[in-house]
Write a new protein. Structure first.
Length: 962
């Protein structure tokens, strides 16, 4: 409704003057450019959800309008479009090609084009557009700079009279002189400024919508959100006897709570930017808001939410083995005490934050820190006693890993709150200094190479080409009307994911915004208010059709508020506007499809590839390098990991969701239909990979601050099951010698497999092809016992022996001959080894093994997936080869895959790592000598890696599902 009110106020500026020498009542008589409806269009686009968002748009639009005015004022002050003094000059110009008479136009009226003037101005006009598109301006600044530049240049360069386009400009009319033209440009610039001023005005009517107030409401409720989630976690983990997968109601409730908590975090982050703009006009002091305090608090909220997600993962992993109940009975009081004091501390922090305090002392901090230390000491003492008393086995140790992760997450949650006052104290709260840094960063962004990526340059090139084509059409078809070009500048943004979805919404917006001209005379204001209100409601409610609502609103304003309110009978003016806007949309689609066409389907797969590559790199550093260095890591590497885990990966996930929605609009033609269910599962799995990577990062970061010294003292308190007080003195550091090589190799191999599956060679492959490749990779991985990337004769022998064992017949006497036959087919170069590409090529060409077996022979394992590999082709021949067979009396012939699909080496390797670690902990009662910090680190790392492995296996499975 505010947008509708703004448009109604804008219509008042279109009041025509009763003076025949003056066209507009509120503008001087020498203003001849027209375009007064730009006030309404500018008002619609500048309207935001609150005062801060509107201020942001106001600033961006003012900057864009001012840039366009300054450039065109300088251009046309120094360049005077040619005016013809006599008919003989006109005839001579027509003869030499300077003037071109266009007789076939959309309006049906002939008009002139001064080719020399147009092609003199065109390079400057398009050069300015190119500069605006390339430089890292905000979206609003970019749009309004280009829109005003196009209108200025195309209007001024026209040789035709503005009131009667069928006649040339009169040379003796002073209104067409350069100085007057510059003043006209200034008035048009003021039209845009009036529009944004109206948008700012209606943001206060009937009452102001402050982003600061909304943000304060969200931050006040954040404490209860965290408290409720923590309470659910502790209750479910400490007092339930079933794992979370069996508690369906709790699982759904937790998922919903986490979704709401994440949405709250996103809302607070968005409102924080709007609140900054309100702070710029002095509202912060009035509303008792301090951004430098609230922003770290939102960061704290995000950190606490990540810790709660880690606790949720611990609940998912927990299987309530035989030691769990004994552990929980001992730790329940301490866990609950930490929970209570943590929430009391969070309430205290919230109070100080909303009071705007930059330095404060937390009264509950000491108690929370004491209870956390007590919990860790009790945990270590309980673990030592239980492992000794109950003669723990490696499976028992594996069963306690989720508990270690849960305790770590609880300690991490408490530690983040304890560190908050120090983080706030070190932050710069001086407004002048911060403004200086902001301006400096903004200027530095113009010379930052990271701002000029190939993707952004491609988008800029697309928009530039579309604007160039639209400018030519505007001049030679629509009589210098800039509507086609300005429509492109308004609605051709930098949306990722191709053109189909967003262009559909553009077209819907154009159709919705075009209302029959007959309504204008009697119901213009009513229709304008109602239609703008409905369109902006569609925009602000969000969803896939939000963009269509915005386009509908500003196009309706342009149609219902034209410069000529009473066109002559039969005039095509309004229909020309419709045609120009529609043509603009068609040009957008054409250019996006011809220049670097970007399919959302392909982009979402590339996004997953990039996501997996970053997770793989984080796994290498946070797990493998961390174990090799026994937890030590330099600050620069940690900072790099922080950027990846907290910024880059979440950004990619948000992009994935946009691309998934965009891909739904793309016509698939002869290709397989887009599987929304599969990609929903892919995105969900990628989110889980991020959660587990975040766990690895938080564990390593925490350990940097908790690394034990050579001698550390932990005091454990007696309890009902621990009868002796003990003092633990740490022995010299133990080397972390448990095996992780197999799981590391398996995880990297799976990452590589997934990278190929989401790569170009599988963009349009069906699920059977993807399944075949996955099975090839798994078979090769299982056969490559020495992990050198190639198969030798011994590896092939083991592979064939396993296949024959599945058939129930083991031809030991002929096995060597089968190995030789296999190598002859798969290794045509006779190198004695088989690489994976050669192995895959042989299978793709139809390598098939047939085994004859007795009808009653029992297979050791069933093969669930059978690949049709006929006809039998070798890489070097198209002839059918006789299959290798074993003759058994009364036998029946069966064709077998050479792929052992029943096993997953990744999950097997993960199980092996967990068992190796458990055995290492129990060896020589090592659990007694290891500091609690190391135990938490190692158990949490292994839990995180187990989660990564499980989700990688799930993602690989998802890729081969329809």
């Amino acid at each position: 409704m505010r947008s509708g009110l703004g448009v109604l106020l804008a219509s008042a500026f279109m009041t025509q003057s009763s003076d025949p020498q003056k066209l507009w009542a509120v503008f001087p008589e020498w203003y001849i450019l027209g375009g007064v409806s730009f006030v309404a269009v500018s008002c619609v686009i500048a309207t935001g959800r609150n005062v801060g968002a509107t201020l942001c748009q106001v600033f961006q639009q003012k900057l864009g309008i001012t840039l366009a005015f300054a450039f065109n004022a300088l251009l046309f002050y120094n360049f005077q479009p040619r005016l013809f003094h006599s008919q003989s000059e006109v005839d001579a110009a027509l003869a030499d090609g300077t003037l071109l008479r266009v007789t076939q136009s959309f309006s049906g009226e002939p008009y002139m084009v001064n080719n020399r003037d147009f092609y003199t101005v065109l390079p400057f006009m398009m050069g300015f557009n190119a500069l605006i598109l390339i430089l890292p301006f905000a979206s609003g600044t970019r749009k309004f700079a280009m829109v005003n530049n196009l209108f200025f240049a195309l209007t001024v360069v026209s040789p035709n009279d503005y009131k009667d386009p069928t006649r040339l400009k009169a040379a003796n009319n002073t209104m067409y002189q350069s100085e007057t033209i510059v003043w006209n440009l200034f008035i048009y610039m003021c039209l845009g400024l009036i529009g944004v001023a109206l948008s700012f005005l209606v943001a206060w009517i009937p009452y102001p919508l402050f982003a600061i107030r909304n943000l304060q409401a969200e931050t006040l409720a954040a404490t209860e959100t965290i408290a409720e989630l923590l309470r659910l976690m502790v209750d479910a983990y400490c007092f339930k006897k079933k794992h979370v997968d069996q508690m369906h109601f709790l699982r759904v409730k937790l998922q919903r709570k986490f979704e709401l908590a994440t949405a709250k975090k996103d809302a607070m982050t968005s409102l924080l930017q709007d609140a900054w703009w309100e702070q710029c006009i002095g509202l912060a002091s009035i509303l008792h808001f301090k951004k430098t305090v609230v922003k770290p608090y939102i960061t704290l909220y995000a950190s606490l939410l990540n810790s709660l997600k880690a606790m949720s993962q611990a609940m998912r992993l927990e299987r309530y083995d035989r030691l769990h109940r004994s552990f929980i009975l001992e730790l329940q009081p301490d866990i609950c005490a930490v929970q209570v004091h943590a929430m009391a501390l969070l309430q205290e922090i919230s109070h100080h934050v909303h009071a705007g305090h930059t330095q404060f002392h937390l009264e509950h901090a000491e108690a929370l820190e004491r209870h956390v230390d007590h919990l860790l000491a009790r945990f270590h003492a309980t673990q030592t006693a239980l492992y000794t008393k109950m003669h723990a086995t490696p499976p028992d140790v594996e069963g306690t890993m989720p508990l270690h992760l849960f305790v770590f997450a609880l300690e991490s949650l408490a530690g983040a709150m304890l560190e908050f006052p120090e983080i706030l104290r070190l932050k710069n709260h001086n407004t002048t200094t911060r403004m200086h840094h902001f301006v400096l960063r903004s200027l530095q962004s113009f010379v930052d190479p990271a701002q000029y990526t190939s993707g952004k340059l491609q988008i800029a090139c697309k928009v530039w080409v579309a604007l160039l084509l639209a400018s030519l059409v505007s001049v030679y078809v629509f009589g210098f009307a800039s509507t086609t070009a300005t429509t492109i500048a308004f609605i051709m943004g930098n949306q990722i994911g191709g053109s189909f979805g967003i262009s559909l919404l553009r077209a819907v917006g154009v159709v919705a915004g075009v209302i029959h001209r007959a309504l204008v005379v009697a119901l213009r204001n009513t229709v304008l208010f109602v239609w703008t209100t409905m369109s902006m409601y569609v925009k602000w409610k969000g969803g896939l059709d939000a963009y269509a609502g915005l386009v509908s609103a500003f196009i309706a304003a342009g149609i219902l508020l034209p410069d000529d309110m009473c066109p002559a009978p039969g005039s095509l003016t309004s229909y020309a506007n419709i045609a120009q806007m529609t043509l603009g949309v068609l040009l957008i689609v054409s250019v996006e499809l011809l220049l670097w066409p970007s399919s959302a389907f392909i982009l979402v797969r590339k996004n997953v590839q990039k996501h997996l590559s970053l997770v793989q790199g984080a796994f290498t550093i946070l797990f493998e390098h961390s174990l090799k260095s026994e937890g030590a890591m330099d600050p620069s590497t940690l900072e790099k990991m922080r950027v990846i885990v907290q910024t880059t990966l979440p950004g990619l996930l948000a992009e994935q969701e946009v691309l998934r929605k965009e891909a739904m609009f793309e016509p698939r033609l002869w290709r397989l239909a887009f599987s929304q269910r599969r990609y929903d599962k892919v995105i969900e799995t990628c989110e889980q990979l991020l959660v587990h990577t975040m766990i690895l990062y938080k564990v390593v970061l925490w350990f940097q601050h908790q690394r034990p010294q050579d001698v550390a003292k932990r005091v454990s308190t007696s309890s009902s099951s621990i009868t002796e007080d003990s003092v633990f003195l740490a022995s010299p550091r133990e080397a972390w010698t448990f095996s992780t090589e197999d799981v590391g190799a398996a995880i990297h191999d799976t990452f590589d497999t997934l990278h190929v599956l989401f790569g170009s060679q599988f963009w349009y492959a069906d699920v059977d092809q993807a399944a075949l490749f996955s099975q090839m990779k798994e078979a090769f991985r299982g056969a490559d016992t020495d992990r050198n990337g190639v198969l030798d004769c011994s590896d092939v022998k083991g592979l064939l022996l396993r296949i024959f064992e599945q058939s129930g017949a083991v031809p030991l006497d002929a096995l060597d001959q089968y190995v030789a036959d296999f190598m002859d087919i798969v290794d045509p170069t006779k190198s004695g080894s088989v690489s994976f590409p050669a192995f895959m090529q042989a299978l793709e060409n139809g390598l098939l093994l047939e085994v004859e077996m007795q009808p009653k022979a029992k297979r050791l394992d069933s093969i669930q997936v059978v690949v049709d590999a006929s006809p039998l082709l070798t890489p070097s021949s198209c002839e059918v080869l006789p299959p290798m067979d074993i003759e058994i009396i009364g036998g029946v012939s069966h064709a077998y895959d050479i792929l052992d699909v029943e096993t997953c080496s990744l999950l097997d390797a993960t199980t092996g790592m967990r068992h190796s670690f458990a055995a290492w902990v129990l060896e020589a009662r090592r659990f007694q000598g290891l500091p609690m910090e190391e135990l938490l680190l190692l158990n949490s790392l292994i839990s995180g890696v187990s989660g990564i492995a499980t989700n990688l296996a799930l993602l690989e499975e998802t890729t081969v599902q329809p």
